[in-house]
Ligand binder design. Structure first.
Ligand SMILES: NC(=O)c1ccc[n+]([C@@H]2O[C@H](COP(=O)([O-])OP(=O)(O)OC[C@H]3O[C@@H](n4cnc5c(N)ncnc54)[C@H](O)[C@@H]3O)[C@@H](O)[C@H]2O)c1
Ligand SMILES: O=C(O)[C@H]1O[C@H](OP(=O)(O)OP(=O)(O)OC[C@H]2O[C@@H](n3ccc(=O)[nH]c3=O)[C@H](O)[C@@H]2O)[C@H](O)[C@@H](O)[C@@H]1O
Length: 360
């Protein structure tokens, strides 16, 4: 069984969409272990999820575990993730959790690698920027080395931050971005840009089967309550009855994708035949003031909105052009922001132990 869906690895286009650039690999992809082709051994698909104890990763694991033909291995250093996110799978015979830092090599035998390991919230990725860039560069190099050795297909969760503070709007995959190489966000956005470069170099040089998703702001249940990202901050603040902290000027925009839609898109990308990069996100665009108003109206109309200082290099606008995802993956998001916020509210209320007030 090769890394692809259906286990055939059949139709596969190399660099099928790089604006006509030839990306043909010099060598054919490596061959997986002979046991995968054994007539008498019904092998399951073995899937590694790095960063699988985190927010998106744990939702992805839930979805992968639904398929009884999948065996899932999570490798995570628990910097921002937690075992709690995976508690329902611990002890399951098709599941394995390894405490592992991807900046160190990993020896496992797998067919697919979803490579998510990297802190995603700006306050966490800026906390130890050298470690963040090591995670993106050395971590991706290690996972590509693993993919090369075992002949696995590898998917990188890149980011809309590769577009930096974009001068084109909305952003298509053809846009090369406007990124500060020496700023406080560079450990993350330049790190992900190098990770994308490494993916394509391994693809061209060694024939590795790669997939690159450029993820746009994703939200949903299980985000860390003190994660620092805007949706989790506003929901926690509204539930606690605190003022919603809108960072200035408040007119900056983001496009928010519900996590179930994201996971669906990532799996379609992995099991399809296009390398990407492909934008995966929800094109509904909101200013931070609009987001605050929505959270206030839906969760707690009594809270106030307060303006606070912003951080350097905050992108002023962000909205994915998802034409390619629609065409190539037949994917588009289904959950609108107001519905997703309510689903997230239920989870946050449970974890904060603040039940909804019932009307008298
Ligand atoms: N959530 C978003 O809006 C968003 C947007 C764009 C891209 N992404 C990407 O998606 C991926 C997952 O994001 P998330 O929102 O779930 O973040 P998260 O912080 O919840 O999850 C990241 C996981 O990676 C683990 N990790 C971090 N460094 C590691 C290392 N060196 N070795 C092993 N594990 C490590 C963390 O412990 C955590 O479990 C990240 O690669 C992120 O860059 C997320
Ligand atoms: O989608 C992406 O590609 C990237 O998006 C986010 O980065 P960012 O958009 O800066 O996320 P937030 O920290 O949630 O900030 C969004 C906006 O909300 C504002 N904000 C944040 C927090 C807050 O309390 N109030 C507030 O107004 C920020 O100034 C910013 O303009 C993620 O955290 C990155 O991991 C991800 O790669």
């Amino acid at each position: 069984m090769r890394g692809g869906g259906g286990g055939t690895g059949g139709a596969y286009k190399y660099g099928s969409d790089l604006g006509g650039l030839s990306t043909s690999p010099r060598r054919p992809p490596p061959t997986p272990s002979p046991i995968r082709f054994s007539k008498f051994f019904q092998a399951n698909m073995r899937i590694l999820v790095t960063g699988g104890a985190g927010f998106i990763g744990s939702h992805l694991v839930d979805k992968l575990m639904e398929n009884e033909k999948n065996e899932v291995i999570v490798a995570d250093n628990f910097f921002t993730g937690s075992k709690d996110n995976l508690k329902k799978w611990i002890g399951h015979p098709r599941f394995e959790l390894i405490r592992h830092d991807v900046t160190e090599p990993l020896l496992v035998e797998v067919d697919q690698i979803y490579h998510l390991a990297c802190p995603a919230s700006p306050i966490f990725y800026k906390h130890n920027p050298v470690k963040t860039i090591k995670t993106n560069v050395i971590g991706t190099l290690n996972m590509l080395g693993l993919a090369k050795r075992v002949g696995a297909r590898i998917l990188l969760t890149s980011t809309s931050e590769v577009y930096g503070d974009p001068l084109e709007h909305p952003q298509t995959e053809a846009y090369w971005g406007n990124v500060n190489p020496i700023g406080v966000r560079s450990c993350y956005d330049e790190g992900k840009r190098v990770a994308e470069t490494l993916m394509f170099d391994y693809h061209r040089q060694h024939g590795i089967e790669i997939r690159i998703a450029r993820i746009f702001n994703t939200y949903g249940p299980r985000m860390n309550i003190d994660d620092g990202r805007v949706v989790s901050n506003f929901i926690a603040q509204a539930i606690r009855g605190e003022a919603l902290t809108v960072q200035k000027p408040g007119t900056q925009t983001r496009s928010f994708c519900y996590v179930a839609d994201m996971v669906n898109g990532l799996m379609k990308l992995m099991n399809g035949d296009n390398t990407g990069p492909i934008n995966i996100g929800n094109p509904g665009e909101f200013t931070m003031l609009e987001l605050a108003e929505n959270v206030k109206e839906l969760i707690n109309p009594e809270v106030t909105v307060t303006m606070t200082e912003n951080t350097p290099d905050d992108p002023r606008q962000r909205k994915p052009d998802i034409t390619k995802a629609k065409e190539v993956l037949d994917w588009e998001p289904k959950v609108v922001l107001r519905d997703g916020l309510v689903l997230m509210e239920d989870d946050f209320r449970e974890r904060l132990a603040v039940p909804k007030k019932t009307k008298a």
